[in-house]
Design a protein around this ligand. Structure first.
Ligand code: CO
Length: 260
């Protein structure tokens, strides 16, 4: 076994050659500056890398990752990243993206305590304890975990929105949008979960996270949104006499209006 990880250096050389072959000025351009429009706050899970998931090149997304994408307002690491991204890079969008089946969130739901990790996951475990009856009413384990993964993202978006860094950006009129997304490892697709925030007023108008536990948001994949957009663009006449083979849409938002 190699002690110097030569195979990774070999892969690096191959990658750099491929990049240069495709775009001779790629690294020169990279060396000059970075101008990402997005800050990604995601889980450290090795299966989810922001650039790959978003289909973006190096230089296009600034990234912070930790276990279970938790935002601690006493964490110098994330606050430094946030400050640099907002005040110097002037990113326009902050994406807090968790994922279904997150091992960190799973850890927060068990009773085992005492590791450093359990301190890190404390906000998730406290929310779970507070609403244990609601979550435990979801009988299937994976569904319960996934619901907790969703609510964790909504909670972390709120925590980013509460930082003075984001508040000050909004106060000085800087364009800054916050997004809560969730990624499914089994199909490689992102879902928009919300909330979307672009001002202090929007943040302050949000329902509490406790309300969200009781009234969950419906995640929206791009495929589902496209289907709903296509359906809503149909004319009323089209809807009045659908073709016999038209698939039934079971989504409430896609119900056709009655034409009496
Ligand atoms: Co995870």
């Amino acid at each position: 076994m190699s002690r110097t990880l030569d195979h990774l250096f070999d892969r690096n050389v191959a990658w750099a050659h491929a990049k240069t072959d495709a775009d001779p000025h790629f690294f020169r351009r990279m060396a000059e500056q970075q101008t990402p429009r997005y800050l990604w706050i995601g889980c450290s899970d090795s299966r989810i890398t922001a650039n790959d998931v978003l289909g973006l090149e190096p230089g296009e997304v600034f990234v912070h990752r930790n276990i279970a994408n938790v935002v601690h307002t006493s964490d110098m690491n994330i606050l430094s990243v946030l400050e640099y991204a907002v005040e110097h890079l002037k990113v326009e969008h902050i994406i807090i993206c968790g994922h279904y089946g997150c091992g960190g969130v799973q850890r927060a739901l068990v009773t085992e305590r005492g590791a450093m990790l359990d301190h890190w996951l404390q906000p998730i475990s406290m929310l779970y304890r507070k609403h244990r009856a609601v979550f435990e009413a979801i009988s299937e384990h994976d569904a319960r975990l996934d619901r907790m993964c969703e609510i964790n993202i909504e909670m972390q978006v709120r925590r980013v929105a509460q930082t003075p860094i984001v508040e000050n950006a909004w106060a000085r009129g800087q364009k800054l949008n916050l997004h809560g997304w969730i990624y499914a490892i089994h199909d490689g697709l992102l879902r928009d979960l919300g909330p979307h925030l672009s001002s202090v007023a929007e943040r302050d108008a949000l329902p509490s996270i406790d309300h969200r536990v009781l009234n969950p948001n419906e995640p929206m994949s791009a495929l589902r949104r496209q289907a709903l957009d296509a359906f809503s663009s149909l004319s009323l006449d089209d809807m009045a006499s659908p073709p016999c083979c038209m698939p039934a849409l079971d989504d409430g938002a896609a119900k056709s209006p009655r034409k009496d």
